[in-house]
Ligand binder design. Structure first.
Ligand SMILES: Nc1ncnc2c1ncn2[C@@H]1O[C@H](COP(=O)(O)OP(=O)(O)OP(=O)(O)O)[C@@H](O)[C@H]1O
Ligand SMILES: [Mg+2]
Length: 230
């Protein structure tokens, strides 16, 4: 039987985020610098290609075994002080649906609506780990649709909108869009995320559009990433 999250709390707000852009558009860089993660946050990462050596100035503790990852995550969550941490699962056989689901089950079990801090969860390479563009299923789907009440904030990263479940588009209140290589990908995102297609098409590399829960329909921010030190 898998572990269940504790203490559902309806007062918590929905804070899932998505980062979408063609390869090399700056998604991983953006996650590190646009403010969705802070140094003091508790963060779990599905990081199959070791993209995060550090995150917001903090070392990322990395595990290639799921059991090792789960032990580290649960004991860090149980510590009373509620200190920040960054703990990654980097499975040896990379990004695939089996590994995403196993990781998601561990995350789901770490949810707690009365915990001092939310658990922010980075899902890198999402498109390689899902089989559908319909509804998200399994523990990953549970995190998106029910994670809010348990303080779970998903951060979903992928290259093309058509390759991930519609649930991701519908549930993420924070949206970061980087450069698109193909017009039809830009058109899809414009439609799904309520952003003007011309602004997406014109985006140069490392530039982005971003929408948060504070923006009304038709509003968004524009920005450019800084190059991070290696
Ligand atoms: N503003 C910038 N100026 C110059 N180089 C940058 C800038 N932002 C990011 N880069 C560099 O561009 C490269 C690609 O960035 P990044 O890894 O964030 O892209 P990505 O969208 O995550 O790519 P992928 O789809 O392959 O994961 C990195 O080497 C990064 O250091
Ligand atoms: Mg990346």
């Amino acid at each position: 039987m898998s572990l269940q999250p504790r203490n559902p709390n309806n007062r918590l707000s929905a804070e899932h985020a998505l980062f979408v852009g063609s390869s090399g558009s700056g998604k991983t860089t953006a996650v590190k610098q646009v403010g969705v993660i802070k140094a003091t946050d508790q963060v779990a990462l599905f990081d199959p290609y070791n993209d995060y050596e550090t995150l917001c100035g903090r070392e990322v503790r990395r595990y290639t075994s799921l059991a090792g990852f789960a032990r580290a995550l649960y004991s860090a969550r149980a510590a009373k002080a509620g200190r920040g941490f960054k703990i990654a699962y980097s499975p040896k056989d990379g990004a695939n649906p089996k590994n995403l689901e196993a990781f998601s089950k561990i995350i789901w079990g770490a949810g707690d609506g009365l915990h001092k801090k939310p658990l922010k969860v980075i899902f890198e390479e999402l498109a390689k780990c899902v089989n559908t563009s319909g509804a998200a299923r399994g523990a990953f789907g549970e995190i998106l649709t029910g994670g809010r009440k348990f303080g779970l904030h998903a951060i979903c990263i992928f290259q093309r909108g058509q390759e991930v479940p519609k649930t991701v588009m519908g549930q993420c209140s924070i949206k970061w869009v980087g450069r698109q290589e193909r017009k039809k990908d830009a058109v899809y995102l414009a439609d799904e995320l309520d952003l003007p297609v011309d602004n997406i098409i014109k985006l140069p590399r490392y530039h982005y559009l971003m929408k948060t829960a504070d923006h009304n329909i038709g509003q968004f921010d524009q920005g450019k990433l800084r190059k991070l030190a290696a």
